[in-house]
Design a protein around this ligand. Structure first.
Ligand code: ADP
Ligand code: MG
Length: 385
């Protein structure tokens, strides 16, 4: 268990980053610190491993005041993951992961062996172990960051916005991976994010921080959503609530339309009116970008296709929800979203207006169900003697 008792941090310039924080974090729980930027999340987290010293108050880990614990020893029991992974660029992936076990006194050989096992555990191909961080994608680097934090098997894991810099699909993968890992390992995890969706998805408990570094609410995600403690929390969790609600709705019935496609070779032959777009696909039908008349002219002039296309929007994948359907539609430069099959090939196009229409249909069906339920309840209650 980690406890904060009356913890305040004031920086020398007078900024109160954390104001009188009282918090009990249960062992083996996943706790998320969430709130807008500048409200003291990082400062609170870094006080746990003594990277920052409180101005006032006490923090205990496992019942011991951390002020009395040697900082280096303390940190050996606390894994730390940051945005961008913070890997050492001149060390291979496996040596990055083996860093802390070697510091702890393990032999390099056994630390490397253990590192390979941890890499596999976080879903990384062991073939990547001998690469350097710069040779990995952002998502892969982030996995290495998690592996490195886990390598010495610390009971506590601190994660500061670890997935904020990767694109949304990769972020979802990484979030799912964290859920899987936590189910297996049961660490005490403290996770910082400014994204309420991420907080709700991952947290057993969510601590909402607000202006002046003051804790606003500490509850289960359900309670934070349904019974916000004050106006600040209500407006913070309510932002984009309608849009977020779409993610709980099925998009099975959203119609798919034919999209005009062209392979790279076919691009020069395209005739596109002003405002028309075609989707450029690989020979196997995987989308690579959108092109309009201006792009076609450039391609005819011999420019590489990648310089003639506009980036595609987000893709709608099989089984996805109405939020993804709408996002695909509104993020596409062509005004029509791209749905793909499981193999990544184009399945059809999605229109934003039809996503909204589907939402209205689902709501109407729910209203009908509610009134039928209401009527049948009335009938039962009048049946009674
Ligand atoms: P968050 O992680 O929620 O974005 P931080 O804990 O990083 O917030 O910062 C809280 C407040 O403390 C902010 O106003 C920030 O500008 C300030 N702050 C952070 N670090 C320092 C520092 N080293 N010196 C002075 N002020 C700081
Ligand atoms: Mg921060």
């Amino acid at each position: 268990m980690i406890t904060f008792s009356g913890v305040t941090k004031r920086y020398p310039d007078g900024t109160t980053a954390v104001d009188n924080l009282d918090l009990e974090i249960e062992a083996e729980s996943f706790t998320v610190f969430v709130g807008p930027s500048g409200c003291g999340k990082t400062t609170s987290m870094r006080m746990i491993n003594r990277m920052i010293t409180p101005t006032k108050g006490t923090i205990t880990v496992g019942g011991r005041d951390i002020a009395d614990v040697d900082a280096v020893k303390l940190r050996l029991g606390i894994g730390y993951v940051i945005q961008g992974a913070g890997l050492l660029p001149h060390r291979t992936v496996v040596d990055n992961v083996a860093t802390v076990p070697v510091l702890k006194g393990d032999s390099r050989r056994s630390a490397r062996k253990a590192a390979l096992a941890v890499l596999e555990r976080v879903g990384l191909d062991p073939a990547l172990a001998s690469r350097y961080p710069g040779q990995l994608s952002g998502g892969q680097q982030q996995r290495v960051g998690v592996a490195r934090a886990l390598a010495a098997d610390p009971p506590i894991l601190l994660m500061d916005e670890p997935f904020s810099a990767v694109d949304p699909l990769v972020r979802e993968d990484l979030q799912a991976e964290m859920q899987r890992l936590q189910a297996e390992m049961r660490k005490t995890i403290v996770f910082v994010t400014h994204d309420i969706d991420e907080a709700i998805k991952l947290g057993d408990r969510v601590a909402v921080f607000g202006p002046g570094g003051r804790l606003q609410q500490y509850d289960t995600p359900d309670t934070v959503l349904s019974v916000p403690a004050n106006d600040f929390v209500a407006s913070f969790v309510g932002r984009d609530r309608g849009y977020r609600g779409l993610s709980f709705r099925t998009a099975d019935q959203v119609p798919l339309h034919t999209i005009r496609t062209a392979t790279e070779k076919e691009v020069p032959e395209l005739t596109l009116e002003h405002g028309d777009w075609a989707l450029v696909v690989t020979d196997t039908g995987v989308p690579t970008g959108w092109i309009d008349g201006i792009g076609v002219e450039r391609a005819r002039a011999g420019r590489p296709i990648s310089e003639c296309t506009a980036a595609g929007g987000s893709l709608f994948t099989p089984g996805a929800d109405l939020r993804q359907a709408l996002d695909a539609a509104i993020s596409s430069p062509a005004g029509i979203g791209v749905a793909v099959d499981a193999d990544g090939t184009v399945a059809g196009g999605i229109l934003g207006a039809e996503v909204i229409a589907k939402l209205a249909e689902q709501r109407a069906a729910e209203d009908r169900m509610r009134s039928e339920l209401h009527l049948s309840c009335e009938a039962t209650s009048t049946d009674r003697p």
